[in-house]
Design a protein around this ligand. Structure first.
Ligand code: ZN
Length: 309
């Protein structure tokens, strides 16, 4: 796979790292978990074997909560109010989109808006893929004014990983969960986190959250032709395809499926052009059958909720 060469490391089935062209962290090994698989894998996986890695499964949903009682309200949600508008319903689970503004970054309304737009588009995308989707949290975007400047998250041991390349991810996860009152693999809350800064290009899915990169936010702002760095030369990794891959892990999927599947190792290269990756019938089936997803996929596009209310 040509891919491997420049940008990818595969953390077994765990984290998506898009480090490649950056000198910062494990630049050498290329990688994003996604593509390269082979090559870099060994390196990374071993290194990560503690924290996130264990997450190959962790990120997926193994540990996902039990009692996600079948969202009575949500599930039964008739198609009533969905016809297009935004509706707040009763539910037990919701996905938060988080705008994580590092202390040395500046809140930008355009970024907030881009995340909010992505949240609704993403919810609708999953409905197209699964025939059902998750509830968005109300409010849709949680803004977190981070405690530290961006580089701090990169340099400070996170107490989770023994591979410093994942410190940023672990540190952000810890702060987000503390501030939003969530726990690892929270039974009621899952997260998609966007920080404005790009420090290492490493994104991943673990602890019930998808931890994206500043590049993804830039992509969502319409820059880079809607392609997430550094995959531009390989074939577009659309902003949504990138997070769809990570979210697929949260829903329990490993790297598998045909070339056009979002969970395929090299989906960045194979989707190409303007095509957006899709989830194969097998992967859709697996997501819907995954016990850990019970109660998580009972919504219709446009439905928001505040779990517990
Ligand atoms: Zn992955």
């Amino acid at each position: 796979m040509a891919i491997v060469v420049r940008a990818s490391v595969a953390l077994t089935s765990v984290v998506l790292a898009a480090a490649a062209c950056r000198p910062t962290t494990g630049a050498t090994t290329t990688g994003s978990d996604a593509d390269s698989g082979t090559t870099a894998t060994a390196t990374t996986s071993s290194a990560t074997s503690r924290g996130i890695s264990s997450s190959g499964a962790d990120e997926t949903g193994t540990a996902t909560p039990p009692g996600s009682s079948s969202t009575s309200a949500g599930g039964s949600t008739s198609a009533d109010g969905t016809g297009g508008g935004v509706v707040v319903r009763d539910c037990n689970t919701a996905v938060h989109f988080v705008y994580f503004v590092e202390a040395d970054a500046v809140y930008d309304q355009a970024e907030y808006d881009a995340i909010e737009q992505m949240a609704f588009a993403f919810q609708a995308y999953w409905f197209e893929q699964l025939g059902t989707t998750f509830f968005l949290h109300s409010p849709v975007v949680d803004v977190i004014e981070a405690d530290h400047p961006g580089q701090w998250y990169v340099d400070t041991p996170d107490g989770i990983h023994n591979d410093d390349r994942w410190y940023r991810l672990g540190n952000i996860k810890t702060e987000v969960y503390a501030k939003l009152g969530a726990s690892d693999f929270d039974p009621q809350h899952r997260f998609v986190n966007y920080p404005p800064s790009r420090h290492d290009g490493r994104v991943g899915a673990n602890f019930g959250g998808a931890w994206m990169d500043g590049d993804d936010l830039t992509c969502m702002l319409g820059l880079n032709d809607g392609v997430t760095f550094p995959f531009d030369e390989q074939g577009p990794a659309h902003c949504m395809g990138h997070v769809a891959h990570e979210f697929g892990h949260i829903l329990g999927l490993p790297h598998q499926g045909p070339d056009t599947d979002c969970m395929q190792f090299g989906f960045y290269n194979n989707t190409g052009g303007d095509r957006m990756c899709q989830f194969s019938a097998e992967n859709v089936e697996q997501i819907l059958a995954e016990p850990g997803n019970a109660g998580w996929l009972d919504a219709l596009p446009g439905q928001l909720c505040l779990p517990g209310r």
